[in-house]
Design a protein around this ligand. Structure first.
Ligand code: NAD
Ligand code: MG
Length: 313
């Protein structure tokens, strides 16, 4: 049934009684951006992105849903991972932030937001395609946080290449090492530390289901993450550790301008979704909070699609 428009005199519509954060049109909640063509070297910085992203820094409101939790978030300096870090801190969690050394500026900004929320932030720069770094990241995070009960495997690389003839073995290996082997290594190293009630949430993608022709390696890793999530979730269910994933659609982040998309595609980015616009990183955060909070106790091996309405069958 169509929603009736209340009259201007109705008390429900006065500017003081309508909460602008709890009632919003999703179409216009964020601007329909038309990003200019731009280029950044991999991995890209949020601070140099045009236009800037919304990571919830001015809007995310916590309600104590992750009070006292200890979370490690990879790729936490920018984009979706930064939005997750801000949300987790405002929900009451201490966070360890993993990112590449070149991203120090972005990471320091997110550290400040976490500390502003009254939570502790620990910074761990390093390369997740390095097996030893994955192992030491887990032990260092456990030591810094005083334990670990939430792992968010969100880091990823995406390099668009039009022709498979130009996908080098090195690129294929690097994409697989970063996007899926690191998730295997981090999960394996973390599990012995995770008490019952802990959660693992992986970032997969709409690309796992609707792969683009120019993302053969990336899309294959995202399908692997989806599958890995479902098998590990069953294996760990009885231990009280829940494993789930989030599958974002087109979200405006530095990944897109550091060769994640063909340059000519940037102005149209996200406009072909049913909602008609690209998503902002903060629109992903509630999905990760939900899957990490104890409220989702019966949600196991699930993939939550946050993609502006693209149907996944
Ligand atoms: P982003 O560039 O802001 O974040 C990706 C992060 O991955 C980087 O900040 C970097 O810290 C980390 N990373 C990359 N290579 C690494 C390495 N070798 N070692 C350590 N860290 C490394 O972009 P984002 O879009 O927020 O990406 C976050 C996740 O979301 C990725 O897994 C991406 O595949 C996924 N995703 C993004 C979109 C989108 O449209 N932006 C869509 C679907 C899925
Ligand atoms: Mg980054």
């Amino acid at each position: 049934m169509a929603r009736t428009t209340p009259s201007k005199t109705s008390p429900q519509t006065s500017s003081t009684s309508t909460d602008q954060l709890t009632f919003q049109n999703p179409v216009t909640r964020f601007p329909n951006i038309t990003p200019p063509r731009q280029d950044q070297p991999e991995p890209g910085l949020d601070q140099e992105l045009i236009p800037q992203t919304d990571r919830g820094q001015g809007s995310y409101r916590g309600t104590g849903r992750l009070e006292g939790r200890r979370a490690l978030i990879t790729g936490a300096d920018s984009g979706i991972g930064a939005a997750i870090a801000i949300a987790f801190a405002r929900e009451g969690a201490d966070v360890a932030l993993s990112y590449l050394p070149d991203e120090e500026e972005d990471a320091q900004e997110i550290r400040a937001f976490v500390e502003e929320a009254g939570r502790r932030a620990f910074l761990f720069p390093g390369d997740l395609s390095d097996a030893q770094f994955c192992d030491s990241l887990i032990s260092d995070a456990v030591e810094a946080l005083g334990g670990l009960d939430a792992l968010v495997n969100n880091a990823g690389r995406q390099i668009a290449v039009e022709d498979i003839a130009d996908v080098t073995d090195e690129q294929w290996r690097n994409t697989f090492d970063t996007n899926i082997r690191a998730i295997f290594r981090l999960s394996k190293a973390a599990i012995p530390h995770l008490p019952p009630g802990s959660t693992i949430v992986n970032s997969t993608s709409v690309q796992a289901y609707k792969p683009s022709p120019h993302l053969v390696d990336y899309a294959a890793t995202k399908a692997a993450i989806d599958n890995f999530t479902k098998s590990l979730a069953q294996q760990l269910a009885e231990t009280g550790i829940r494993v789930n994933a989030v599958a974002p659609g087109p979200i405006w982040t530095p990944l897109q301008v550091s060769d994640g998309q063909p340059k000519e595609a940037l102005p149209q980015f996200g406009k072909d979704t049913p909602i008609g616009r690209a998503g902002q990183p903060t629109e992903l955060a509630p999905a990760y909070v939900f899957l990490t909070s104890p409220e989702s106790s019966y949600v196991i091996g699930e993939v939550l699609h946050v993609n502006g309405g693209t149907p996944i069958t």
